[in-house]
Design a protein around this ligand. Structure first.
Ligand code: FUL
Length: 473
């Protein structure tokens, strides 16, 4: 095997030109392609519930109760930035209907509260803070509204929701993600609102064409099917999207996606850093530990999902010290784990290179450039890529990425290492997608090989990184 790989490597110097492979449908849209590399960003649950201690408010809370003593969105942004997060999505309106911006369409908002003398606007403060810190800004807007008197009177409420959505999408600069919550506690015996999803999506497309829209069923980003922040090891970014509407309870399918999915609909993994989504003093000692968070990171970002980690901002209007400390500790662990990519500078060879064209050579998987990739001939859907590390190194992590602009392809693979006693199996997996991180026990190897066993079409691998992460990371 080794010999034949090296033979191919030497052939890569020939300059025959071939075309890149055809995309394998479905493929991501431009807005989805821009969203994937964000990987890790913050959710902030902060609203009326912060002051009432509830998770779901009833809608008749007194606006006077909304009164943060020291609200500072710059502190949220500073904290998220230090954590290595790429953006913040804020609960502009939760199920109780209270608005963090002075909406023209209801009095149930900050304008009826003592906050900044009724002149405050948390969306404005956060969007400016995000801009200042180079973070993306996103909004969560609950369609379920327990305050609005016309909720359940479908046409009237839908228009109200369209009006509010327009306000939050036109007054606060660029929005990277709009988060539509599927929760609706009012069942058959209560008010039944039939949402006009096409109208809501149309408003987002009109005012924020680059924003991705999240809901259980997309259309751009899907819920991962649990609130524990966990994707499955097999995770397709493809879904038979037309089989789902927000609230469809086929959670396992949302967690894994569908190999024969009709739409590109990648998973986002939401989870709170505390047991609740909203702040409660009683949970100050229940913040997830850095090790808990690390595990979540490996099972979300490491399993082809993005991680939306919730920070329940407290009654002061600040990210609590305990939460901030856990975030910084997680950052240190991640920085330590991924400090040195042992594949960079290695010699790479592959069992097959598309047309023997250097543009698709094995070296393209280890050049650090996400826009280049190793690729095989169209007829080849099982192939190996091998790295010569130059010397024996202790390794325990491999990171793989597909060039997803051309679709998600790989169905199964193994990872092997050459030790003093020969080749040993290090890890194996099914899907790769945008990113897959494999963890395995420390093994001293001079070479590492990834064998693609099955693929929907010729594999396109844009990244192959190898690390020796320190204990605890
Ligand atoms: C759920 C909501 O009901 C929770 O309160 C929270 O906002 C979570 C992120 O989504 O559907």
């Amino acid at each position: 095997m080794l010999m034949s790989l090296l033979v191919v490597a030497s052939m890569q110097t020939s300059t025959r030109k071939v075309s890149p492979p055809e995309p394998v449908q479905p493929i991501p849209s431009a807005r989805q392609l821009a969203w994937h590399p964000l990987e890790y960003y913050a959710f902030v649950h902060f609203n009326m519930n912060t002051f009432t201690g509830k998770e779901w408010g009833e809608g008749y809370e007194n606006p006077k109760q909304f009164n943060p003593s020291a609200l500072d969105c710059r502190q949220w942004a500073r904290t998220a930035k230090a954590a290595g997060m790429k953006g913040i999505i804020l609960t502009a309106k939760h199920h109780d209907g209270f608005c963090l911006w002075p909406s023209k369409y209801t009095n149930h908002s900050v304008k009826s509260s003592p906050f900044r003398g009724g002149k405050g606007d948390v969306l404005k403060e956060l969007s400016s803070a995000c801009m200042e810190y180079g973070l993306k800004f996103g909004v969560y807007l609950s369609p379920w509204d327990r305050n609005h008197p016309e909720y359940g009177n479908s046409a009237v409420y839908n228009q109200f929701f369209v009006n509010q959505l327009t306000e939050v999408l036109t007054n606060y600069g660029k929005v990277f993600e709009v988060w539509f919550d599927g929760a609706n506690g009012e069942g058959p015996s209560g008010k039944r609102q039939v949402y006009d999803w096409p109208a809501f999506v149309g408003v987002v497309r009109k005012h924020q064409p680059n924003a991705v829209i999240f809901s259980d069923a997309g259309p751009d980003v899907r819920w991962v099917g649990n609130e524990a922040g966990l994707a499955a090891p097999t995770n397709w970014s493809l879904v038979r999207r037309d089989e789902f509407v927000p609230g469809t309870p086929r959670y396992k399918e949302l967690t894994q996606g569908h190999e024969d999915g009709t739409h590109w609909l990648p998973a986002e993994c939401d989870v709170s850093i505390r047991p609740g989504w909203f702040y409660r003093e009683s949970e100050d000692s229940k913040v997830k530990t850095p090790d808990d968070l690390l595990e979540i990171y490996y099972k979300s970002v490491g399993q082809n999902g993005s991680l939306l980690l919730n920070l329940p901002v407290d009654k002061r209007g600040l990210v609590h010290e305990n939460d901030a400390a856990a975030l910084v500790a997680l950052r240190k662990k991640l920085d330590a784990a991924f400090a040195t990519d042992l594949a960079r500078g290695a010699m790479a060879a592959a069992s097959n290179v598309r047309g023997n064209d250097p543009r698709f050579a094995a070296a393209k998987a280890i050049d650090g450039d996400p826009n280049t990739y190793w690729c095989t001939n169209d007829s080849v859907t099982a192939a190996s890529i091998e790295m010569d590390l130059g010397e024996a190194r202790a390794v325990n992590r491999v990171v793989l990425q597909e060039y997803i602009a051309l679709g998600q392809r790989v169905k199964s693979f193994t990872v092997e290492g050459l030790t003093e006693s020969g080749w040993v199996n290090l890890s194996e997996g099914t899907t790769i997608g945008y990113k897959r991180i494999l963890r395995f026990k420390d093994t001293t190897c001079s070479r590492v090989r990834v064998n693609i066993l099955e693929s929907r079409a010729c594999p396109t691998i844009s990244t192959l990184s190898i690390y020796g992460a320190p204990v605890g990371s």
